[in-house]
Design a protein around this ligand. Structure first.
Ligand code: ATP
Length: 235
């Protein structure tokens, strides 16, 4: 499981996360709701080893993730699909996907098998496999970004705002793929502005405000919470 305890992150004198406690149990989809600047990306970057915390701990199955070494987080089974996708637009779809398997590069058969699985999950990418990633639609680029994260064969997938800027139908496709990945045994921590759609597939959720958890609970409880409904569901 992912166990985050009392995690704090500073940028210089600015504290972005204030003693955060959060868990993701095996097999769960956990959604992280919060406005811009709430600290969602900071948490993800810290779990992915891209940002060092100033206090507290984050462990995956008991092993620390917070050493500030991204390759260690990946080899421990934690894979980040970053906000904004960060693809290599000039490289083909398939080359972008293969980059995700870098830590397993010696296991060629395993990489081919994983590639097949990603194409199975996102059939639209098959005919685009040789196209530059930058030439794809926003939704397809998001599929490449998720696919690349899956190529590392994660046990925990960190998804930062996968539906940002996508049309509602595409959001549905992307979140349904996340559900399929989860059904295959991958735990998911999902940050979303699109709270209604995200809560639709999540088991539990946390609300993050100003770098603090202000609310947490199972899906149905958050969906019915007045504060969540007015702040994040627009009702
Ligand atoms: P968004 O969806 O806009 O990315 P977020 O919830 O992911 O929002 P973060 O990006 O984690 O929020 O930012 C949390 C806070 O930390 C914000 O106030 C932001 O301005 C600040 N921050 C983020 N990155 C840095 C940085 N590199 N240096 C200084 N402050 C930063």
């Amino acid at each position: 499981m992912l166990d985050v305890q009392n995690l704090s992150v500073n940028y210089g004198h600015f504290r972005a996360l204030h003693g955060l406690d959060l868990t993701v149990n095996p097999g769960e989809i956990v959604v992280l709701l919060g406005a811009n600047g709430a600290g969602k990306s900071t948490l993800f970057r810290t779990l992915a080893g891209l940002q060092r915390p100033s206090g507290g701990s984050a462990t995956w199955n008991g092993t620390p993730l917070t050493g500030g070494r991204p390759e260690l987080s990946v080899s421990r089974g934690v894979s980040l699909c970053p906000e904004g996708r960060l693809l290599f637009p000039e490289l083909s779809v398939e080359k972008n996907l293969r980059l995700g398997a870098y830590t397993h590069r010696r296991d060629r058969a395993g990489t081919e098998q994983e590639l097949g699985r990603v194409y199975g999950l996102f059939p639209a990418l098959v005919e685009k496999r040789n196209a530059p990633a930058g030439s794809l639609s926003g939704g397809q680029q998001q599929m490449v970004a998720i696919g690349r994260a899956l190529m590392a064969r994660p046990a925990l997938l960190l998804l930062d705002e996968p539906s940002l800027g996508l049309a509602p139908l595409v959001v549905e496709q992307v979140l349904s793929a996340v559900q399929q990945v989860n059904a295959q045994g991958v735990s998911v921590l999902l940050a979303e502005q699109n709270a209604f759609a995200a809560l639709g597939i999540a088991h539990r959720g946390y609300v993050l405000e100003g770098g603090r958890v202000t609310l947490q609970g199972p899906q149905h409880q958050l969906l019915n919470d007045d504060r969540v409904r007015s702040a994040y569901l627009g009702v």
